[in-house]
Design a protein around this ligand. Structure first.
Ligand code: SF4
Length: 342
């Protein structure tokens, strides 16, 4: 089976080379080309003999997605539409901040979770991304930004990352490996809608990373409306799982809360949220709803947002109002829909 070079951990690449009668040190040379010189083209790997370069073409693939379009927002956020080998499309977004460049990556073509506030949900699930289709988004972003400029990676693009568990976990291992992308665990965040069994499984992998949970309501009946996953995995069970997860990780869990006018920012919502988060070591990120065509929700006013955020101040957890980025190019939270997906 031909495997993509961005699919492989160093020990797997070593094995591929041993299998064709090559020495292990060749793997380090290839890794150096891929992760320090940012090329997957074997012909450019001039420290390898021509014979080896030809052999590599027979055992490894080096394809990466093609950038079809690139749209930049007034605030510097850039959204990329990428075409995969089977001509499915996905999106990734680079969000610059004062000292940071955050890459928001996709884990699936579409998504099966049907969250009511999300543009991706309207696509349904086409398929899971393969490991190299995840790592290659990071590869492309580094090539776009330049070496050492990409600081953070968030799995908040298209798809529920924990529904593509094995490939996402493998991708994170490659992202963190010091001979590959060498990203610190605290710079990688996986955001989930709350897939309880997979959160528990993730905790047991021993993998270090930051976990974010898209909460959006602490009232069970309301969360079920916004996020049908809550019918299968209710808030009470989710909380227990997250408390267990927290015991196995050095990082606090982040809860994401999209503020929707006349839906989840009233007095009862505040009370339920304070109760739900009160005894968890966590952070709360609130963000205002970004309008998505055909969805019935509205953005709250500045006054409503301020009132909601002020009422959260009694929480001992850090509360951050995350500014919506890239809304003018449909690159903000919940707006990714790879409009050319077929
Ligand atoms: S919010 Fe995330 S989990 Fe929910 S439908 Fe959208 S992509 Fe899927």
């Amino acid at each position: 089976m031909i495997r993509n070079v961005l699919d492989l951990l160093p020990e797997e690449l070593n094995q591929c080379l041993l299998d064709i009668g090559e020495k292990e040190y060749r793997a380090k040379q290839i890794l150096n080309w891929v992760y320090n010189n940012y090329t997957t083209d074997f012909n450019e790997m001039t420290s390898l003999s021509e014979t080896l370069r030809n052999k590599l073409q027979n055992i490894l693939s080096n394809s990466i997605p093609t950038i079809i379009t690139k749209k930049s927002s007034n605030d510097g956020t850039t959204k990329y539409l990428l075409s995969l080998q089977d001509e499915n499309n996905i999106e990734m977004v680079i969000i610059p901040n004062e000292k940071k460049n955050t890459l928001c990556i996709s884990s699936q073509v579409g998504c099966a979770r049907k969250c009511k506030f999300c543009a991706t949900a309207k696509l349904g699930l086409e398929r899971n991304l393969k490991t190299h289709e995840i790592t290659s988004q990071v590869f492309l972003a580094i090539k776009e930004l330049g070496d050492d400029k990409l600081t953070n990676i968030v799995f908040m693009g298209m798809g529920e990352p924990l529904d593509n568990f094995e490939n996402v976990v493998k991708a994170i291992r490659i992202l963190q490996h010091d001979l590959c992308f060498n990203f610190s665990p605290r710079r990688i965040t996986v955001s989930t809608s709350g897939v309880i069994p997979q959160i528990a499984k993730l905790a047991d992998t021993g993998l270090k990373l930051k976990l974010a949970v898209s909460l959006n309501s602490a009232i069970q009946s309301k969360r079920e409306i916004l996020m049908p996953i809550s019918k299968t995995f209710p808030l009470s069970e989710l909380k227990k799982t997250l408390i267990d997860f927290r015991k196995k990780t050095p990082y606090r869990i982040t809860f994401e809360y999209v503020m929707i006018k006349d839906f989840n920012i009233g007095r009862k919502d505040v009370k339920a949220l304070l109760k739900y988060l009160g005894d968890i070591s966590c952070k709360l990120n609130v963000i205002k709803w970004n309008k998505v065509d055909d969805l019935p929700y509205e953005t709250p006013s500045t006054r409503e947002i301020d009132r909601f955020i002020n009422s959260m101040n009694i929480l001992s957890s850090a509360v951050t109002f995350r500014k919506s980025r890239g809304a003018d190019i449909d690159a903000a939270c919940g707006q990714l829909a790879a409009k050319n997906v077929h």
